[in-house]
Ligand binder design. Structure first.
Ligand SMILES: NC(=O)c1ccc[n+]([C@@H]2O[C@H](COP(=O)([O-])OP(=O)(O)OC[C@H]3O[C@@H](n4cnc5c(N)ncnc54)[C@H](O)[C@@H]3O)[C@@H](O)[C@H]2O)c1
Ligand SMILES: O=c1ccn([C@@H]2O[C@H](COP(=O)(O)OP(=O)(O)O[C@H]3O[C@H](CO)[C@@H](O)[C@H](O)[C@H]3O)[C@@H](O)[C@H]2O)c(=O)[nH]1
Length: 442
């Protein structure tokens, strides 16, 4: 059955949720306080890069099921369900900043004139939905019924639309069967298995899932570090491990650590959450430490080879925290760039999509190129920090053509060693033997 829905926050989660809910037949109004974003959205333009999103958005704007506003009162008018999808960034102490979520709770209380179900999509610490209920209750101006449901989001950036239509599960945490059933009905057209539970368990499922995935990554990165020292090859090791269904073959890609807007902040928030109830989460603290070391690994390696990087011209290939996104939050490239700045290197960066966002973070401390050839031109060293398809498919003989010296430090194991060995290239990757130019069969 079609429902009238508002989604508050038009970031990666809110916009994708709003667009996909409208696509399965609901009437959706997306609300954001950012005037510029809403202006763009009204013109049918997505403020974020997410494959397939803009097309789907246009389709549903044109069929009248999707609208945008900056005004909460207009946005909440006659809505039966309101999704909260605003940011929950990390505070200085690592805990989640809930000020945006609380603000939305007050916005809801002050503007609704009908019964609603408030659905929290934002990643929030266990107990937050109880707080949301309380804040709404304290600020309500109309005599209406408000139910609160936890419905954490599991989409990945770069495949957010695909993940929304083909997710593994939809988690619905509620203390009221009627509200839970309504959210289940809304999502029915997606045809994804539903897990119904209490609110606190739903909130924990989100953090535990992200922490577990981060743990897999730090685990394989530690194994890769040992492989390097013992002469094993992490690619073969991960493949051999992943064939065991109990382990699974996903999230075993060794590299320069996890970044992005979720794993770094959510792992820290879970450590804080545990600490608040006097539990020291030793395992997760180690996962975070391992990741910090791993992000610095390529530059440390290069320093090991060169002694000093002062005055070297260094190309960074890929700036986004992962391929197929423009998101630069907690990207390994930023760690690399900042370390190289300290070293006194001249730095050039390239990314097919994230250049504008990179400029906002790194400013003029580095130079920017809009193609691979240009970023490699005259470089002494290249660092690969994101496995964009065009970087993975870049022809290996071109490194020696464009670079001053073809020395590549690959943080994402983009190339097979047998291929590298066929070219004039010095190649250092993660958890695999290095290849030296003398090996080249040129
Ligand atoms: N990005 C992801 O891949 C992802 C995946 C799953 C869960 N999450 C979680 O979802 C939440 C949102 O993440 P995101 O990456 O989409 O955030 P984002 O920063 O991209 O977007 C948040 C949006 O909320 C808007 N906003 C803030 N306060 C508002 C208010 N009072 N009213 C209306 N709009 C307001 C901001 O202007 C911004 O556009 C976070 O809790 C995050 O942890 C994110
Ligand atoms: O084997 C792997 C897999 C991932 N990564 C890195 O891990 C980070 C996160 O990657 P990914 O999980 O693909 O992207 P996100 O968009 O951050 O998605 C994660 O974070 C979201 C926000 O909470 C969740 O919704 C998703 O389920 C969860 O996968 C990136 O830096 C990747 O380079 C690795 O190093 N090795």
């Amino acid at each position: 059955m079609m429902r009238n829905i508002a989604v508050v926050g038009t970031g990666y989660v809110g916009l994708v949720t709003g667009v996909c809910l409208s696509d399965i037949g609901h009437h959706v109004t997306c609300i954001d306080i950012d005037e510029q974003k809403i202006q763009l959205l009204k013109q049918g333009k997505s403020p974020i890069y997410e494959p397939g999103l803009e097309e789907l958005m246009l389709k549903n704007i044109n069929n009248g099921r999707l609208t945008f506003t900056t005004d909460h009162q207009t946005g909440f008018h006659q809505k039966e369900v309101i999704y909260i999808a605003v940011g929950t960034p990390q505070k200085k102490d690592g805990s989640a900043d809930l000020s945006y979520v609380h603000q939305v709770a007050r916005d809801i209380a002050r503007n609704i004139k009908q019964d609603v179900i408030v659905v929290t999509k934002s990643t929030v610490p266990v107990g937050t939905n109880d707080e949301i209920r309380q804040v709404i209750k304290e600020n309500l101006v109309s005599d209406v019924q408000v139910d609160v449901v936890s419905n954490p989001e599991f989409l990945r950036e770069g495949s957010a639309v695909q993940d929304t239509f083909h997710g593994d599960r939809i988690v619905i945490g509620a203390d009221n069967e009627k509200a839970a059933t309504m959210i289940e009905e809304i999502n029915k057209p997606f045809g994804i298995p539903v897990v119904k539970t209490d609110i606190r368990s739903a909130e924990m499922i989100k953090y535990a899932s992200n922490a577990f995935l981060a743990t897999k990554i730090s685990f394989i990165n530690e194994i890769s570090n040992i492989c390097e020292k013992l002469g094993a090859n992490i690619e073969d090791v991960a493949y051999g491990m992943g064939l065991d269904h109990r382990i699974g073959n996903q999230f075993l890609r060794a590299g320069i650590g996890y970044g992005g807007s979720c794993f770094p902040k959510d792992t820290k928030a879970l450590v804080q959450m545990a600490g608040n109830v006097d539990h020291k989460f030793e395992l997760l603290e180690s996962v975070i430490r391992v990741n910090n070391v791993q992000q610095a690994k390529l530059v440390e390696k290069a320093k090991g080879f060169f002694g000093s990087l002062e005055g070297k011209t260094v190309a960074i290939l890929g700036l986004a925290f992962k391929p197929n996104t423009d998101d630069m939050r907690e990207a390994a490239s930023v760690v690399i760039a900042n370390m190289l700045i300290q070293e006194g290197a001249r730095i050039k960066g390239y990314d097919p999509i994230a250049l504008e966002n990179a400029k906002r973070i790194l400013g003029d401390s580095i130079e920017y190129s809009d193609n691979i050839e240009d970023v490699l031109a005259d470089a002494d060293i290249a660092f690969i920090s994101t496995e964009w398809k065009e970087i993975v498919e870049f022809e290996l003989h071109l490194y020696s053509k464009y670079m001053k010296t073809p020395i590549v430090f690959d943080g994402r194991n983009c190339y097979a060693l047998e291929e590298v060995e066929k070219h004039d290239l010095e190649y250092h990757s993660i958890g695999r033997p290095s290849v030296y130019r003398s090996k080249a069969k040129v």
